[in-house]
Design a protein around this ligand. Structure first.
Ligand SMILES: [Zn+2]
Length: 279
């Protein structure tokens, strides 16, 4: 019996193969005769204008203002959520690694814009002091002012003269006015100011800033440092004006980004719906 079924199975297979061969060969030749390839200029292509980036993940490169010497202060507005975050770097022009860090962040976002929370709007300025970044080797702007002492905090001082000159008056410099105007326009829920190199994180006074600094410290390994309280800084002015958290992040190198150290914290920060308030 087994042999009978085996033979019968074989013959059925044989007829099936013959049938398929005839069917496919005939079908192919019939079909092949009808294939007419159009000239290449008539081949339809996708109209690129139809490819739209979803509104909720928009990335806009913007000119936010000009430096003392008229250079553009460029940056990015990303997302359209209700909670703005203001993140800037290289307000001290020779701290170039910080600019690279924020450019890498924007690049990462451009590869996957949906990573930005729908509740967030990011204002990112990689180079807040373009005159210093391009033309100087110290941390000052073209007028010789330390911009991070030029904000109108309480107990403002001129400091100086070398390296720490805060300017003739609060907001005497166009670069610090650009940041002031962005705060008035976007009303950020937090400010993060990147500097180099200290390998630490310094919060402004008050629980929201301390909580954000500890959160960032826990994810990067940068030391939490609560000992700074200078008048004239962008973060102190922001905290006094808004009450919202403001931290200074000192990366570990002057000319390199520390991207791998900051990547996890930054991506978590921009993708979460709420600001971190505890570590
Ligand atoms: Zn600095």
């Amino acid at each position: 019996m087994e042999l009978y079924y085996a033979k019968r199975k074989n013959s059925l297979l044989y007829y099936l193969v013959i049938f398929l061969f005839v069917f496919l060969a005939g079908g192919y030749s019939l079909f092949a005769n009808n294939i007419i390839r159009p000239p290449s200029d008539e081949i339809a292509t996708v109209d690129e204008e139809e490819i739209k980036v979803p509104e909720e993940t928009k990335i806009e490169k913007k000119v936010f203002g000009q430096s003392q010497q008229g250079k553009n202060i460029e940056g990015y507005e990303i997302g359209s959520g209700k909670d703005s975050l203001l993140i800037f770097a290289a307000i001290h022009g020779n701290e170039m690694g910080t600019a690279d860090l924020l450019n890498r962040l924007v690049l990462e976002i451009s590869l996957d814009p949906d990573i930005v929370s729908q509740s967030k709007k990011l204002i990112i300025i990689p180079v807040a002091n373009p005159d210093g970044y391009e033309d100087r080797t110290d941390k000052l702007n073209a007028s010789g002012v330390n911009l991070n002492l030029n904000f109108a905090t309480s107990l403002w001082e001129q400091y100086g003269p070398e390296g720490n000159y805060a300017g003739p008056a609060p907001f005497s410099e166009s670069e610090s006015r650009v940041i002031r105007d962005l705060v008035e326009q976007y009303k950020p829920k937090a400010m993060i100011s990147f500097h180099a190199h200290g390998n630490l994180i310094s919060p402004e006074a008050g629980e929201p800033s301390v909580a954000l600094a500890k959160w960032y410290s826990a994810r990067t390994g940068y030391e939490f440092y609560g000992g700074w309280d200078y008048s004239g800084t962008a973060t102190k002015w922001f905290k006094e004006m808004t009450g919202n958290p403001a931290i200074t992040v000192e990366i570990s190198k002057d000319y390199q980004s520390d991207w791998e150290i900051n990547k996890g914290a930054l991506l978590e920060l921009i993708s979460s719906d709420n600001l971190p308030i505890s570590s």
